[in-house]
Design a protein around this ligand. Sequence first.
Ligand code: FEO
Length: 176
Amino acid sequence: MMISKKMEEALNQQIAFEGYASFLYLSMATWCDHKGLQGCAKFLQRQSEEERMHMMKIFEYLSDVDGFAKTPGISEPPHEFKTVQEVFQSVYEHEKKVTQSINKLVALANKEDDYATQTFLQWYVNEQREEEAQMRTVLDRITLIGDGPQSLYFIDKEMEALNKAAEAAESAGEEA
Ligand code: FEO
């Protein structure tokens, strides 16, 4: 089957969106690392890699449906952030925008009766639900810990715990 030009163009915009998210989270990881927040840095590095994987999945899909994936130019992300709370709030806001963008893609695929793309996008719909829920968990924990003088140490420990849980889930998945 061949994908429509309009759907191809919309998926290429999503490629650019995922690519930007990957670089944005990498920049945030670097900022955290520089502040000595290794747990936060590692969490954001993983998120950055996930975004690259989200981008690459669209490359593969477009190749399968005889479309053409464009390697995007990426705008320079910010390098400075005020606080770690602000970093994770921004990630959450960004993820909500990505969800809206995925929903628009689903609406377009429905309008075009493009069943293959509808099915392909279901993976992203589930992924966005998980990512938003995860970021809400992170923000809730940061709020609980508060912003007292010791808070950064405890926030970083919490993020390290989330990293360990993610690693355990990954290796369980590999064994399954
Ligand atoms: Fe690729 Fe976090 O959305």
